[in-house]
Design a protein. Structure first.
Length: 450
């Protein structure tokens, strides 16, 4: 993995800073932001613009690293860990353009999300919930006793755990918000807590549970009492939410859609929800409960832009490492699904049919020709189009169906598609038609090109 990029160079009168792709970036960004606010007039405007450009540079660099990992992930495995990491980042979505979220993004992904993607959901939930990226994105640093902000509380229930039909009430949202009062970032200025509150404070990096800002009252969430213990109330809350049947169904359903497609067998979701509940949120076992149902899925699902771009690029790269992912990132932007680019907390839609439109199809058909031309220039050992066609069973020796285990994976082409492909000349045009074919636009669980 390439070293973290240097950013935040010379913010007007500021000291030159280097913002690493780590938790230290959050502190450095806050210091730089604080210096910006102390400037006046044109100097302040210019310094702020430099800071925003520096944040953009960090996000672009980290996104490129993440995309390179996605492209390098072995497509033939049932569980692609990099794609699963994307799934959980999408589930706990944050948007990098809001305040320090961009500076915090690398640490959020690598420290809060990645370690738990096959671990316990409780640990993943706490790590995401308490990370500065999430706290700033959903305004919880403004959530204080006597002045409640419900943003994080609402999304915690609606998106992260119970689901929109999870049976919670507005009263539950308010009570969860009370639990989360005082959960935010440590003050930039020096502070001293009264002795009686010092043992209640929790400070880790830029995170702080500030007992001065917390509502020390008894709360009731989903009919269960939460004692006024300060930071430990969050643990009580997470236990209640993870143990709720609606959370098991919601998480199993989203994983089912991600792994099995738009219409996962109902038995798969029921089975996975049961495993989630019985293991108290073990994600590896929950996923394992879904995978045996892959063979029951016979109706392919439309690929979202990420699946389409990954599968097309992998096919054309022919097993070679992509040295420059900028064109690949551009294709994702054009198709409406850039990494870490969704603005609202709900994340990108996992249902493939939501992406199926005339505009999306037209854009993919146009990009197919560009991909065929560009991808060979991005690898060290580009594949000869004619040789790649031969490996796919699409050379000029006559129509035949592609076999399995190839970069294209399991593509069951219709006779009409085969006829169209075999009549196309020259070879690059045939490859472009393959990428633009109806069959390549869809995926089945277990298909290597998905």
């Amino acid at each position: 993995m390439p070293p973290p990029p240097p950013v935040l160079h010379g913010l007007s009168t500021m000291t030159t800073l280097t913002l690493p792709a780590s938790s230290e970036a959050i502190r450095l960004y806050r210091l730089a932001q604080n210096k910006v606010t102390r400037q006046q007039g044109d100097a302040r405007f210019k310094a702020n613009q430099q800071l925003l450009r520096a944040r953009l540079a960090l996000v672009q660099s980290f996104s490129a690293q993440s995309l390179a990992r996605l492209l390098a992930a072995p497509a033939q495995h049932a569980i692609d860990k990099e794609h699963l990491l994307w799934f959980w980042c999408n589930h706990f979505n944050v948007f990098w353009r809001k305040g320090l979220v961009g500076a915090a993004l690398p640490d959020y992904v690598e420290s809060a999300i990645r370690p738990h993607i096959l671990g316990n959901f409780k640990d993943l939930l706490l790590a995401a919930l308490s990370h500065p990226a999430m706290l700033v994105y959903l305004d919880n640093q403004r959530n204080v006793t006597g002045k409640i902000n419900e943003n994080l509380a609402r999304e915690l229930l609606e998106l992260h755990t119970l689901g929109v039909n999870g049976g919670y009430s507005q009263q539950d949202v308010q009570q969860v918000a009370e639990v989360l009062t005082g959960v935010g970032l440590r003050p930039m200025k020096a502070f001293r807590l009264p002795p009686r509150l010092q043992q209640l404070a929790v400070i880790q990096g830029e995170f702080m549970f500030d007992p001065r800002r917390h509502s020390f009252t008894t709360k009731t969430v989903l009919g269960q009492r939460i004692s006024p213990l300060g930071f430990d109330e969050i643990g009580q809350l997470i236990d209640i939410l993870v143990a709720h049947p609606a959370t098991a169904r919601h998480i199993a359903g989203k994983l089912g859609t991600f792994l099995l497609g738009d219409a996962p067998p109902q038995g798969a979701i029921t089975n996975a929800a049961g495993v989630f509940a019985s293991t108290h949120g073990d994600l590896a076992q929950t996923i394992s409960a879904l995978l045996p149902f892959a063979r029951q899925v016979t109706q392919p699902s439309f690929k979202d832009p990420l699946r389409f771009v990954l599968s097309a690029t992998r096919l054309l790269a022919n097993g070679n490492e992509i040295g420059n992912v900028k064109p690949v990132a551009r294709w994702l932007r054009l198709l409406g699904q850039p990494l870490f680019g969704h603005q609202t907390p709900d994340g990108y839609n996992l249902v493939g049919s939501a992406w199926q439109s005339a505009g999306q199809l037209t854009q993919r058909i146009e990009l197919a020709r560009e991909m065929v031309q560009v991808v060979p220039r991005l690898v060290n050992r580009p594949a000869n189009p004619r040789q790649l066609l031969a490996r796919l069973g699409l050379e000029n020796t006559g129509p035949q169906r592609p076999t399995t285990g190839l970069p294209a994976g399991r593509i069951n082409l219709s006779e009409n598609t085969l006829s169209t492909l075999m009549s196309a000349q020259p070879p690059p045009e045939r490859l472009a038609l393959l990428l633009a074919s109806p069959e390549f636009m869809f995926w089945l669980p277990g298909a290597h090109h998905a």
